[in-house]
Ligand binder design. Structure first.
Ligand SMILES: [Zn+2]
Length: 149
């Protein structure tokens, strides 16, 4: 009897799904393990969906990323921002959120179902700080082009 590669149990052939691309024509995970695997993967997909369909969560990620760029010495981009004196002019996340959420949601609603759904925040003047007047919502593609200075 075949042994499941996942749970290592020897099981009857009927406990395996058939699979045309393996030597003995069965999948090497038993039905139970296969189902478990599918369950896990599905929840990952759902998490992703939930994440992308929640602009509030995204804004929080963007805030932390922005703070890290400007204030975390271990950040890959730190020297690019800190050396040039780029600061975050919001005092805390709440101020940032209040200023940005409405326009962020507008941009996100227009873009999240397209391939460029990664709404990001970019500075209009690259040499000026992160603040309401200097930030616009762009999608990831636009942002990459803009950052080539
Ligand atoms: Zn198994």
């Amino acid at each position: 009897m075949p042994i499941c590669k996942q749970c290592k149990l020897e099981k009857d052939y009927s406990e395996f799904y058939k699979h045309p691309k393996t030597k003995d024509w069965i999948l090497h995970f038993c039905k139970e393990c296969k189902k478990e695997y599918a369950r896990n993967n599905r929840s990952k997909e759902q998490d992703k969906k939930r994440y992308w369909s929640n602009p509030r969560k995204r804004l929080n990620v963007i805030y932390r990323w922005m703070m890290s760029r400007c204030y975390n010495v271990n950040c890959r981009n730190y020297s690019r921002y800190w050396k040039r004196g780029i600061k975050v002019l919001w005092n805390n996340y709440k101020e940032f959120y209040d200023d940005m959420i409405s326009s962020y949601i507008i941009h996100w609603e227009q873009n999240w179902k397209t391939k460029n759904r990664q709404t990001q925040i970019d500075r209009i003047n690259n040499n000026w700080h992160y603040c309401k007047e200097n930030c616009k919502r762009v999608n990831a593609k636009e942002n990459n082009q803009h950052n080539k200075f």
